[in-house]
Write a protein that binds this ligand. Structure first.
Ligand SMILES: C=C(O[C@@H]1C=C(C(=O)O)C=C[C@H]1O)C(=O)O
Length: 400
């Protein structure tokens, strides 16, 4: 499809009449993009800066760009251009009666034991390669849950429930139709800021290193303390900070990360986090271009990046698609916020495919990593009204 951007904006006169193309609700603000479904010309990360520059040239200050970048840099992204308007501040609330889901069944793909076997395989590769050039040092392996419901899954009601946690950004992005999946939506609640830009100022807040929250206060604290003191988790985290500093460094006149990590939390998980802040050399660099350069970070891929990426393709039975890519928005000045697309599902009608991954480094325990992915499904399952630990099916007991 070949659409001139100036034409695209004119055709989108009354955004409130149109379906939601993207919506974000979290610490970086509340943004909704509505309009007739007019995508930016689609393309891969290679052509992203050029496509964005052309769109920006015609945007004026009346438009906003938002959407999703896929995990695989060679796949096509999904960005929409919409008029920025005052009444587009937030999407209408969903029907609160629409959830919990009443009829559902759930299939783990792969099963927890097969996931643990893939983790074990990766650990053996790390052990064999240790000390060699380009040796695999970290890999993030994911698994998925397929949920089939008796009726269409209500995306806006789901997003409202996901957004109840103040630590996360709830999001929904309409994805391009594919085969029989005419209305696909990526929806989730991510705690991880990939990149925020306001003028010259940028920030990133990577997370890596995780522990499950517990209902019992004493156990919950104990999990947090163990995470803070875990040498394995600190190693896992350091790869991400180092990578982000390396990628953003050449674009910044200053960039800094504090020494050590900070403990952060959502309602269902503890994480190690580091807030990185800097000032861009060129304040006009669009936030979406910086997000495109950064992702996938070792928080969702591994180190070295290319080596981990190839192995993910070999060890995971399903394509990640938009999971573990980036979601966000960018205004006409290039300002905006991009989050890591985790704690999310691709929803199509009555089906939702949830994804969760865990970082593997030497010293990881395969079944504990399967349990960690199970815990990461928790927030989404709870929002659907499913049991919090439905994602732990097949995970043999591990001490955490
Ligand atoms: C990959 C995911 O999460 C990432 C992996 C983490 C880890 O391995 O500890 C922590 C936060 C995220 O960066 C996910 O939630 O699917």
């Amino acid at each position: 499809m070949n659409i001139r951007m100036s034409e695209a904006i004119e055709t989108l006169a009354k955004p409130a009449d149109h379906p939601v193309l993207f919506a974000f609700d979290g610490p970086q603000g509340q943004i909704t993009g509505r309009g007739a479904p007019i995508p930016l010309p689609r393309g891969t990360s290679r052509t992203l800066p050029d496509r964005v520059a052309r769109a920006m040239a015609t945007m004026g200050d009346k438009a906003i760009l938002g959407g999703a970048l896929p995990f695989d840099r060679e796949d096509e992204d999904c960005l929409w251009l919409c008029p920025a308007s005052e009444d587009a501040g937030h999407a209408a609330s969903g029907d609160p009666q629409a959830l919990p889901l009443r009829d559902w069944d759930l299939t783990a793909q792969p099963a927890a034991a097969d996931y643990a076997a893939a983790v074990d395989h990766a650990l053996r590769i790390m052990a064999d390669e240790a000390g060699k050039p380009q040796a695999l040092e970290k890999i993030v392996l994911a698994r998925s849950l397929l949920i089939r419901a008796g009726a269409t899954i209500p995306v806006q009601a789901l997003m409202d429930r996901l957004g109840a946690d103040p630590a996360v950004t709830a999001f929904r992005v309409t994805l391009p139709a594919r085969g029989k999946d005419a209305r696909r939506v990526l929806c989730g609640a991510t705690p991880e800021l990939l990149l925020e830009k306001r003028g010259r100022a940028i920030a990133s807040h990577p997370l890596a290193g995780s522990a499950r929250r517990m209902a019992d206060e004493g156990q919950d604290r104990a999990n947090a303390t163990a995470l803070e003191q875990s040498e394995k988790d600190r190693r896992e985290h350091a790869f991400v900070v180092e990578y982000i500093m390396d990628v953003l460094g050449p674009h910044c006149r200053s960039l800094s990360a504090p020494a050590g990590t900070t403990l952060t939390h959502t309602r269902s998980m503890w994480h190690l986090g580091t807030r990185i802040e800097g000032e861009l050399k060129d304040p006009d660099t669009p936030s979406v271009v910086l997000a495109g350069l950064l992702h996938p970070t070792p928080a969702v891929c591994g180190a070295p990046m290319r080596r981990a990426y190839d192995l993910i393709g070999a060890l995971e039975p399903l394509p990640r698609d938009f999971y573990a890519g980036a979601v966000g928005w960018c205004d006409a000045k290039g300002d905006g916020a991009w989050q890591v697309a985790i704690r999310c599902a691709q929803i199509s009608g009555a089906e939702a495919r949830l994804y969760a991954g865990a970082g593997i480094v030497p010293g990881s325990d395969p079944m504990a990593e399967a349990a960690e992915t199970g815990a990461k499904f928790g927030a989404f399952l709870t929002a659907l009204g499913l049991p919090l630990d439905a994602g732990l099916a097949g995970v043999t007991k591990v001490t955490e």
